[in-house]
Write a protein of this length. Structure first.
Ligand code: FES
Length: 241
């Protein structure tokens, strides 16, 4: 089977603007888009740049836009695209470093801001804590996030508001505050009670649509909003006692 790969190329120090380059790729076997890219790089153009590591949809490195759809190149089979012309673009909302490699720094910065680790109490640290199955069920889908950045790249709020933390970070925060071991004080995470945080989301669910691991970040953001409101009411009631 023969395919034309149209790949967006851009090397900022050399190129004035991004452009598409065509490569002919033939294979008799079932191959992933990542394998096709590796073949093109190894046999046709060793300067073609893209990220990958695990090749098994675990590390989240190979997110890109494939025929207009956000996905992981390692889990997308070429024949599943039902076209012999395959257009590959880097993830938008992030600066292109080279070809399909984007600068993930703003994504990591946003994640860092929500303190993406448990804040357990001392006795939990000393004695441990057994999570019940029903507690686990509430956070399970968020644990599946592999931080590929697809939700961040598709988000229209990220594209227009640089303060916005983005779906992955906010869903991660919800996963942490719903974890029975996490005892962070409200003051720690009220920093997301802002337009740059939970209230910035347009709730158009693009992030839910593109997640390759079926996480529903927008659901987490909505739940986080509910939690913020409940905490606020509790605080007012305490003050009025
Ligand atoms: Fe790790 Fe694709 S290479 S997710």
């Amino acid at each position: 089977m023969e395919y034309i790969f149209e790949i967006l190329r851009y090397d900022p120090p050399q190129d004035k603007s991004p452009y598409f380059q065509e490569f002919l790729y033939s294979t008799e076997e079932s191959k992933s888009v990542l394998e096709a890219l590796m073949n093109i790089r190894n046999e046709q153009d060793c300067t073609l740049s893209f990220r990958y590591s695990c090749r098994e949809a675990i590390c989240g490195s190979c997110g890109m836009v494939i025929n207009g759809k956000f996905d992981l190149a390692c889990r997308t089979m070429v024949e599943s695209l039902e076209s012999d012309r395959i257009i590959i673009e880097p993830m938008p909302n992030l600066k292109i470093q080279k070809d399909l490699v984007v600068d993930m720094e703003p994504f990591w910065e946003a994640l860092h801001k929500i303190e993406p680790f448990l804040h357990p109490q001392k006795e939990i640290l000393e004695r441990g804590h057994r999570i019940e199955e029903e507690e686990m069920e509430k956070i399970l889908q968020y644990i599946n996030c592999i931080l590929c950045g697809c939700c961040y790249s598709v988000c229209p709020v990220v594209s227009r508001d640089e303060r916005y933390l983005g779906p992955a970070a906010l869903a991660k925060l919800y996963r942490l505050v719903k974890d029975p071991r996490d005892k962070r004080p409200f003051s720690n995470w009220s920093r997301v009670n802002t337009e740059g945080g939970a209230w910035g989301c347009d709730t158009i669910f693009k992030c839910n649509e593109v997640c390759p691991k079926d996480v529903r970040p927008a659901d987490g953001i909505e739940a986080l909003r509910r939690k913020l409101v409940v905490e606020k009411i509790k605080r007012i009631l305490r003050l009025n006692k």
